[in-house]
Write a protein that binds this ligand. Structure first.
Ligand SMILES: [Zn+2]
Length: 75
């Protein structure tokens, strides 16, 4: 018996945090749902949710940014 494992469909689980009640939840949604604001808090039903970054989110190199403060003459 051959098992077909070709069509592996794994939707990423995103973590959200409700800005209204602060409820944190994770949902299995598509990126499109997020962009269209279809994600809502299961606790209070608010759509004012923010997606939390995953742990594997790449952080910019530890080097501090060279932010030159512009102290030139304002013209
Ligand atoms: Zn909420």
């Amino acid at each position: 018996m051959a098992k077909e494992e070709g069509g592996k469909k794994q939707m990423p689980i995103y973590e959200f945090r409700c800005s209204q009640c602060g409820h944190e939840f994770e949902d299995l949604v598509s990126w499109r749902d997020i962009e269209e604001g279809k994600v809502e808090c299961p606790n209070c039903g608010s759509k004012d949710v923010r997606r939390r970054l995953s742990l594997f989110a790449t952080r910019s190199s530890t080097g501090s940014r060279e932010n030159k403060s512009s102290c030139g003459p304002v013209g």
